[in-house]
Design a protein around this ligand. Structure first.
Ligand SMILES: C[C@@H](C(=O)O)C(=O)SCCNC(=O)CCNC(=O)[C@H](O)C(C)(C)COP(=O)(O)OP(=O)(O)OC[C@H]1O[C@@H](n2cnc3c(N)ncnc32)[C@H](O)[C@@H]1OP(=O)(O)O
Ligand SMILES: [Co+2]
Length: 133
């Protein structure tokens, strides 16, 4: 596991929060992308070397819709950049972490992603990301 790839923030409205985060960082999102398989619409901001992902739900079954219902807007997950996602899944499984999808799926911004259940990581949803080359 290398550096933090991004921090994901659940928002009710991407349109509203894009304006807010543009004011915060002094620059607009560099990308907006829908990931239908995850039920999310995302936007990405770079702040120096750091990346923030805003997530809006696109349907009521979306993990983001459920999160907003239970906890409201706020930090939803922390994503870590990994070199070999399949190797990391094997390693973390051996360590006893609960892997939500053992087969990496296509995320946003050209990444393969795997999630670890927050119950096994002190209440923090962890995403692993490997860049698709
Ligand atoms: C596009 C992509 C990308 O970057 O490329 C993305 O990020 S997509 C980001 C959106 N996609 C995902 O999040 C996919 C992975 N997430 C999931 O599979 C799900 O959201 C789960 C994490 C399993 C949670 O779903 P659900 O609430 O239905 O499941 P559950 O019944 O197993 O677990 C419920 C318990 O987990 C807690 N819980 C739910 N979401 C949480 C979160 N984000 N952080 C911390 N805790 C969380 C609930 O409050 C509840 O706690 P209590 O029991 O204490 O009440
Ligand atoms: Co993410």
């Amino acid at each position: 596991m290398r550096k933090i790839e991004h921090i994901g923030i659940a928002v009710k409205s991407l349109e509203v929060s894009n304006v807010l985060f543009e004011k915060l960082f002094g620059q607009p999102p560099y990308k907006e992308e829908e990931v239908a398989s995850e039920g999310v619409k995302t936007s990405f901001f770079m702040n120096g070397p750091n990346k923030i992902e805003l997530l809006e739900a696109t349907n009521p079954d979306s993990p983001i819709a459920k999160f907003l219902e239970k906890k409201g807007e706020g930090i939803h997950h922390i994503a870590f950049d990994v070199n070999d996602i399949n190797e990391e899944v094997i390693r973390l499984k051996k360590e006893g972490f609960v892997i939500l999808n053992e087969i990496p799926k296509k995320g946003a911004d050209n990444k393969l992603v795997v999630f670890l259940h927050p119950k096994g990581t002190n209440g923090v949803l962890i995403e692993l990301c490997q860049e698709i080359k």
